[in-house]
Design a protein around this ligand. Structure first.
Ligand SMILES: *Cc1c(COP(=O)(O)O)cnc(C)c1O
Length: 228
């Protein structure tokens, strides 16, 4: 697959191991037949930005895939996915972290999460302001059924991926800085950053998960009546 090859080249260019980078196939709006083809081609980690889409596809896709929630998560929907996803990428409020803690405790599991950072400080984006991240992590680090694995960002939409290099670097520096504070229970090693347009640059700057939809499945067709 072309993308796998590009990931490998970007890793090698930056002195990294290709196997340290997870290609997350973003399957929003894609039906399960087409997802199945991707799974057969070796893509078994799947990302969705809506809880309902995971629930719709969960049974059909079965046990051989791992789901990641990558989009904004409403507190009242945590209960539906708490034991169905491998990683929640989009934690950005205390209220949400508390709900995940509560639901994970009830299931007796430890939920791996990433903190979403609005690294370019865009009004339109979810995520914490970079300056808030350390305190937020300190506040939730004592929750026993949450494991903070790293940081995630949705970078600006740009024509030239080089324009995002600075933001990817900043997210990595933030992760390194926070790790150096040696907060109890906190050692982060995941950086979820880079999408179809900029995943190679993201890898060069340290991404360990790249979230690619269009590059795998082609342009998304949004039907007029979307089943939300
Ligand atoms: C849709 C989406 C992606 C994938 O976007 P592409 O440009 O199609 O690769 C990645 N991350 C998030 C959070 C998304 O919602």
């Amino acid at each position: 697959m072309e993308i796998k090859d590009k990931i490998k080249q970007a890793a090698l260019r930056s002195g990294r191991l290709p196997e340290d980078i997870l290609l997350l196939a973003v399957t929003k709006t894609i039906d399960t037949d087409r997802i199945q083809e991707a799974v057969e081609a070796g893509l078994t980690s799947l990302g969705e930005n809506k809880v309902q889409e995971i629930l719709n596809k969960y049974e059909t896709m079965g046990e051989n895939v791992k789901w990641h929630l990558i989009g904004h998560l409403q507190t009242n929907k945590v209960k539906y996915i708490i034991d169905k996803v491998e990683l929640i990428h989009s934690v950005e409020s205390l209220k949400l972290a508390e709900e995940i803690e509560k639901r994970a405790a009830a299931k007796n599991i430890i939920m791996p999460i990433l903190i979403e950072v609005n690294i370019a400080q865009e009004d339109s984006k979810f995520g914490l302001h970079p300056s808030e991240v350390e305190n937020f992590i300190r506040n939730i680090s004592t929750m026993q059924h949450i494991c903070i694995k790293g940081l995630m960002t949705v970078a600006p939409f740009v024509e030239n991926p080089e324009e995002n290099r600075y933001y990817f670097r900043q997210l990595r520096e933030l992760l390194v800085d926070i790790n150096e504070k040696k907060i109890d229970n906190v050692h982060m090693d995941i950086l979820s950053m880079g999408m179809t347009g900029d995943y190679e640059v993201a890898i060069e700057e340290g991404a360990t998960i790249v979230r690619v939809g269009t590059g795998i499945f082609g342009k998304r067709l949004y039907p007029e009546k979307v089943n939300k």
